[in-house]
Design a protein around this ligand. Structure first.
Ligand code: DGJ
Length: 728
């Protein structure tokens, strides 16, 4: 017997699916948990979803399924666009099978703690089959994917998108824009009648990707206001949208953006969408924390302490010189670095960014003895060795392009416009894929490479397959994932960083195959504060590469002291992007202290729960991480400019246990009043911290103050297993 209603519920979230009468599943509720409900309750809730017929509208209530269908009278974006020479473009799928892994008791299936629903459907007239998978994870993250199968003659698919309903009280949109070196800048506005459409046509996620398109109650913030967000877990072309109809119905959703003729299904062939995520939260922090918990629960989530990393890019750029790189390695080991990454410039012909991409052989002019002398030194110093690749790219000036010009992505019988002097290597061509894979395998094996910095430095323009020029972004994206997966399988423990002109490939598709992302090429701490704040809306801090840069930032030319640079990178996957052979003794001492401090706290930083305070002043940014048991926390006060007011007064701290008394003590920070820092140390109940707060110190701009917060017993006993140091 098939169920009528399926209640997926976990961690404060419910998704109630209506699958009655063989129709595609409709989410009659998605949001805050419904608590224990029976069939009568569930049926009544489904009834509340039925709108009264409006004048001049279909006679039957319009039904919005996860794959919206027009035959019900739905006049918003349809889930499926495609046709068989003008036919079969408006299907009516009938569900033939529902699998939940649980026996149906009385028409209602409840999957507590989350679960998975698989549905088979078909439209015999349109000769199309559909499989839908809908999951709610234990963290309350919803996701859905669809597979379309062609059961007739050739079918051209233009779009297969999924949508989740938004309640009427969701009015305000938040998503992200951005550009190179300023990724994921937030933008907000009202949701009006029409479509708020975010198309990514770069063939990569993009620095300006919507990232998490959220619609919420008016004025929602980190701590308040219900929000519903959508994310398409895909690194190629993609689409996010929020749509409001004049009839008042509204949805968010998305899918892959298919280029013309990109998916043509021959009889029996299928196309599967990426996962489309739906993330509900009571405030933006709740939404982000759900995603963090969801990601942390994955089997492949990196669990060992995130190695402090030195990446040599901003220290040497293309100027590879063994003695210099050895000296950097020695300095790195001395200050406590655990992973050393050799960036761009090590392979044949790569003296500038104009040549060499694709020729994945160690350049014996620069490296006459190969990478071995460096690798041996790095490993002898107790660090892991990491290496940069840009597998999906090729320079016209390379042996590879000269040998295989047909492997360059192109259409229309011409080469695409170059970007960073490079073209895209077509990994959809099996021979090209095998070449890159084999070169990478050999280099990784020969050099004990434990970490690959996987770069991708241009948008895909005119990305087709020669000679016909058919669009190839879909295949290219899947091939990149496949290559990452193959390398990981071949080299157990290998970690991969997703980098793309800085932070242009940050999404939940690539994160299935990688272990961290490079947030941005901008390491200016002032800019990074904002990028870290918002990138954490999708990913937990341990997946965000955050390095201490040179005193003068290479992208903005601003100069900052070490405390601000280190304090701003402290919460992420910590590292250095600076020529520390030029650092003075005092800087090296400070660096050593910062790294030691980070190691002391990284367990808490990378397993705790994110807290971001809604600002009391535009120049003050307070955020923290609270241990899951709420016995300890670390808060940062970042002063990002000069305020009109000084001092700023009290700032509250959230996320703690109301009934526990906490000692709040200054860890680092420099008071500008010349007097006693306020507060140097104070003991307050969690409830008072949440409702009253602590005095904000008087501070110079461009400074970060760190406060440790410890449940009182810890400070006294220290016998409890934990990671915090004793109070001084
Ligand atoms: C862009 C990256 O974001 C940088 O970190 C660096 O790896 C360069 N590419 C190298 O070309």
């Amino acid at each position: 017997m098939r169920p009528d209603l399926i209640h997926l519920t976990a961690d404060g979230v419910s998704a109630l699916l209506d699958v009655r009468r063989g129709r595609l599943p409709a989410l009659v509720h998605w949001g805050a948990a419904l608590g224990p409900i029976d069939l009568a309750d569930a049926t009544a809730i489904a009834l509340t979803d039925v709108r009264p017929p409006a004048p001049s509208s279909p006679d039957d209530p319009v039904r919005l399924a996860v794959l919206p269908e027009q035959h019900t009278g739905w006049l918003g974006r349809p889930g499926l666009s495609g046709s068989r020479d003008g036919e079969s473009w408006s299907p009516w799928f009938r569900v033939t099978e529902v699998r939940t892994g649980t026996a149906d008791a009385d028409g209602l299936i409840t999957l507590s703690g989350g679960g998975r629903v698989e549905l088979e459907a078909s439209d015999d007239t349109a000769q199309l089959g559909l499989e839908l998978v809908i999951e709610l994870s234990a963290a309350g993250v919803l996701r859905a994917a669809a597979t379309l199968t062609n059961r007739g003659a050739t079918y051209r698919l233009d779009d297969l998108s999924l949508a989740f309903p938004l309640p009427a009280r969701a009015h305000e949109v938040l998503d992200f824009g951005g550009r190179w070196a300023k990724e994921r800048t937030p933008q907000r506005g009202p949701l009006n009648v029409g479509i708020h459409l975010r198309e990514g046509r770069r063939g990569r996620t993009g620095p300006d990707a919507a990232t998490l398109l959220t619609v919420g109650e008016a004025g929602f913030g980190f701590a308040h206001g219900e929000v519903w967000g959508a994310h398409v877990g895909f690194s190629g072309n993609h689409r996010h949208y929020a749509e409001r109809l004049s009839s008042g119905e509204q949805v968010i959703g998305g899918g892959e953006l298919l280029l013309p003729g990109e998916i043509v299904l021959e009889p029996g062939e299928s196309y599967r969408t990426p996962w489309v995520y739906g993330v509900y939260g009571d405030g933006l922090d709740d939404q982000a924390r759900r995603l963090h918990r969801h990601l942390r629960a994955r089997p492949q989530h990196p669990r060992r302490p995130r190695p402090v990393t030195l990446n040599v890019w901003e220290a040497v750029y293309f100027d590879h010189d063994l003695p210099k790189l050895l000296a950097l390695a020695e300095r790195a080991a001395t200050v406590g670095v655990e992973r050393y990454v050799l960036d761009d410039g090590w392979f044949r012909g790569r003296r500038t960014d104009r040549a060499g991409l694709g020729d994945w052989y160690v350049d014996d002019e620069v490296w006459p003895d190969g990478l071995t002398p460096l690798v041996d030194h790095v490993t002898a110093l107790g660090m892991e060795f990491g290496l940069w690749f840009e597998p999906e790219m090729v320079n016209a000036d390379s042996d590879l392009a000269r040998a295989h010009p047909e492997w360059i992505m192109q259409t229309g019988g011409r080469l695409p416009v170059e970007a960073r002097h490079q073209q895209v290597l077509n990994l959809g061509i099996p021979e090209a894929y095998a070449y890159v894979r084999d070169r990478m395998v050999q280099i990784i094996a020969e050099n004990d490479v434990r970490y690959v910095k996987w770069d991708h430095n241009r948008d895909l323009v005119d990305a087709g397959t020669a000679p016909g020029g058919a669009p190839g972004v879909h295949e290219q994206t899947l091939a990149a994932y496949r290559l990452m997966a193959e390398l990981k399988e071949r080299f157990p423990g290998l970690e991969i960083e997703s980098c793309s002109s800085g932070g242009a490939r940050v999404d939940l598709g690539v994160i299935e195959h990688t272990d961290r992302v490079w947030v941005s090429d901008c390491n200016d701490p002032f800019e990074r504060q904002e990028m870290m704040r918002w990138t954490q809306q999708l990913l937990p801090p341990e997946l965000l590469g955050a390095h201490i840069a040179s005193p003068r930032s290479h992208t903005t030319h601003r100069v900052h002291d070490l405390g601000f640079r280190a304090g701003s990178a402290f919460f992420g996957h910590f590292g250095i992007e600076w020529d520390i052979t030029r650092a003075g003794d005092s800087e090296l001492d400070q660096l050593t202290e910062w790294i030691a401090l980070h190691k002391q706290y990284r367990e808490l930083l990378h397993h705790g729960e994110l807290v971001r305070m809604d600002p009391i002043d535009p120049t003050l940014w307070v955020h923290g991480v609270v241990a899951p048991d709420k016995r300890a926390a670390l808060f940062a006060f970042a002063f990002l400019g000069r305020s009109d007011a000084a001092p700023l007064g009290r700032a509250t701290l959230r996320g703690l246990d109301d009934g526990t008394r906490y000692r709040v003590a200054l860890l680092t920070g420099e008071d500008s009043s010349g007097g006693q820092p306020v507060p140097a140390e104070i003991v307050l109940p969690g409830r008072a911290l949440r409702t009253v707060g602590v005095q904000v110190p008087l501070s110079h701009p461009d400074t970060v103050w760190l406060f440790r917060v410890e449940a009182e017993e810890w400070a006294v006993g220290q016998a409890v297993k934990g990671t915090l140091p004793a109070l001084q």
